[in-house]
Design a protein around this ligand. Structure first.
Ligand SMILES: *Cc1c(COP(=O)(O)O)cnc(C)c1O
Length: 225
């Protein structure tokens, strides 16, 4: 366990080396972590908290209120959308047109604008929950018609391999896609964030243009499920 402060300094330093000082946000992933440990990290400056399940994120909101911002980074089922829309949660993991439509519908009912990111599966692993690239055009087309949902970037997970070149290839591809989509100037789509990088691959992710790294075990220690 390295603690929040050390990791934050490490990330700031890598970002600076890459000429992007202050350009990388650290999202502390608090899955299964004790409340006391999270409190300590907030005292050390943690400003953004991520969970992969809506009910866990809602629990964190009860615990920590408006001291931090909240990020949903895991698979969201359509029947759970209503539990989080209206709570100012940034949803990183929107991975289908059907899910997007549900978020739009609930946001209209709640009278809010929900910020989302499109999660793509570029590592092409069965276990990854992102959207296949073949569905991306339809998603962007749909996205550009939304009135209560706004897309601010995309999320990608690196492949679960030891080969750094392979990981780098996936992150490069993600960055290039992000830039390409940004260049189209589509209505309602502002590609300012690229959520990529975890404990094992955050350095490569930052070098390749990540603006948000999602780190859990390196801050809080190994998880006990
Ligand atoms: C758990 C999780 C992380 C953090 O993983 P670590 O390896 O502990 O840093 C990042 N992103 C997602 C989507 C996760 O589910």
């Amino acid at each position: 366990m390295e603690g929040y402060k050390k990791i934050k300094e490490e990330i700031d330093s890598i970002a600076k080396e890459c000429g992007r000082e202050g350009g990388v946000k650290l999202i502390a992933v608090t899955k299964t972590v004790d409340e006391e440990l999270i409190k300590k990290s907030i005292e050390e400056g943690a400003s953004d908290i991520g969970e992969n399940k809506p009910q866990e994120l809602l629990k964190r909101m009860e615990q920590f209120g408006d001291k931090v911002r909240y990020h949903l980074i895991g698979n969201l089922q359509r029947n759970k959308v209503r539990t989080i829309v209206g709570s100012s949660i940034l949803i990183h993991s929107v991975n289908s047109v059907r899910l997007l439509r549900e978020i739009e519908k609930r946001s209209e009912i709640e009278g809010v604008t929900t910020e989302i990111m499109m999660q793509l599966n570029l590592a092409k692993e069965e276990t990854k929950t992102g959207m296949p690239i073949e569905e991306m055009e339809e998603f962007l087309e749909e996205m550009s018609q939304m009135k209560h949902t706004k897309m601010i970037g995309m999320m990608v997970m690196g492949p679960n391999v030891d080969d750094e070149d392979e990981i780098r290839r996936v992150f490069k591809k993600a960055y290039n896609l992000k830039e390409e989509i940004a260049g189209r100037n589509l209505r309602n789509i502002e590609m300012r964030e690229l959520s990529m990088g975890m404990s094992s691959d955050y350095r490569i992710a930052i070098e390749e243009g990540s603006t948000m790294v999602r780190i859990g075990s390196l801050i809080y220690g190994e998880r006990h499920y």
